[in-house]
Design a protein around this ligand. Sequence first.
Ligand SMILES: [Zn+2]
Length: 362
Amino acid sequence: MHHPRSSVMRLYIPRKCGGRGFLNAKNLHNREVCNLRDHFLKMNVSMFQDVVAVDKGLTPLSLGKENWRKPIVISNSDRVAIWKSKELHGRFYKALTGPDVDQITSVSWLQFGDLFGETEGFVCAIMDEVIKTRNYRKHIMKDGTLDICRACHRPGESLRHIVPGCSHLANGEYLHRHNQVAKIIHQQLALQYDLIDFEMPYYRYDPASVLENSSALLYWDRTIITDRYIVANRPDIVLVDRSVRRAIIVDITVPHDDNLVKAEKEKVSKYLDLAHEITAMWNVESTIIVPIVVSVNGLIAKSFDQHLKKLSLNCWIKSRIQKVPHSGALTTGCLGTQMSRSGRVNFFYKFLIMFCILYLYC
Ligand SMILES: [Zn+2]
């Protein structure tokens, strides 16, 4: 349930603050002892004063002792400060409390509490960057392991490399993760404009390359042919709302936590030329670019709601989108740590990965 190398402080921090919301029995006990002692000492009643006068070690409160050692009570803010101060555990905290990150939405998955304890513990261990990768073994455990990625054979097999940045996994696990988010958006847009008749689980949804009716046109992963040469001409989704004569370019990315805002800006600038070209070619009044960005650990930027508003999509979709990077992190986390020298994953861990993904999808 709790990974042995994960942050212990985070275990007892409330879920709305990014912790796991457990109650620390020792802390609760110590707090009650302090409160009870204060209560006796403050009461201006003769019976209480008599008890205080005689209690010199008779009860655990030792009311008569002046040099009583107060038991340690750790407040929530103390725990957060300790979590923040840790070099490795604190990285996720710093990303979560960044100025552009929607902290409440980013940790809402913890408040839903719909993951099994083991899965939740493993997701938190990935966030805490304490999975036994080769980088972790070399620099934290110091067991002399050579820090070479078992997938792409390049130096630096850290979680930061495995979950968002390994070239060997780019066309497999990362592309799958990206497409799952894109499918959620595509299906909701298709439903909104009556381009499909019914909703199905997003992981079974197979988007059509072109969907069209009298009110809308919806492209999925299609090259846009333009009059002049444009480098970025294949966005994930293009929607044309014919009733208001407006085109929307939607592009999805799942970057590392630290690149959340940068990735969003990059997506907008990448498709600016295409947006101008579409406005000129397709008889629409305007073309807007909507970047859908969710980090590998499920962090969501504050601007996410505005982007959903442009697509007229409800906010509930955020929690569904957030599940995708978590399942992706579990998959790549398992892949990265359990690969054999040949780069193959053994049967047990394939089973574990499937097990984790099933939990997330249910
Ligand atoms: Zn690699």
